[in-house]
Design a protein around this ligand. Structure first.
Ligand SMILES: [Zn+2]
Length: 122
């Protein structure tokens, strides 16, 4: 993994980046087959919809971070059942309603959305 640094306009600081080859699953055409830059300082401190450093939506960067195996500590982790492989795993939240499954490498959606219903006071 080739490491480098870049200047981040959001943080107004130098961030660490890594060039990493992403595993391609199921021949998904949306992923580049060449190494992509992954921000090693990606996380909660990126309150933007679009990463200015790499000119990609925040969701895409989150996806790259997860697929590169760097999601732990950077992405929100939810222990849930993967809708793709059916296993319960530490799913990493890429976006609202999109969870990366480290077990099968797919982007899964939550099994079901529970509505926030207040059932009266007991
Ligand atoms: Zn899975």
């Amino acid at each position: 993994m080739f490491q480098d640094t870049a200047y981040c306009m959001v943080r107004q600081a130098t961030v660490r980046i890594a060039w990493t080859e992403l595993p391609i699953h199921d021949g998904q055409a949306t992923l580049p087959d060449s190494p992509v830059p992954v921000c090693l300082d990606f996380g909660d401190a990126c309150p933007v919809r679009r990463c200015p450093t790499f000119q990609v939506p925040r969701t895409v960067m989150a996806c790259w971070v997860a697929r590169a195996g760097l999601g732990a500590g950077r992405l929100l982790v939810r222990r849930d059942r993967c809708s793709a492989c059916g296993k319960v795993a530490e799913l990493q939240e890429i976006d609202a309603g999109a969870l990366y499954c480290p077990a099968c490498g797919n982007i899964a959606t939550p099994a079901e959305k529970l509505p926030d219903v207040s059932n009266g006071t007991g």
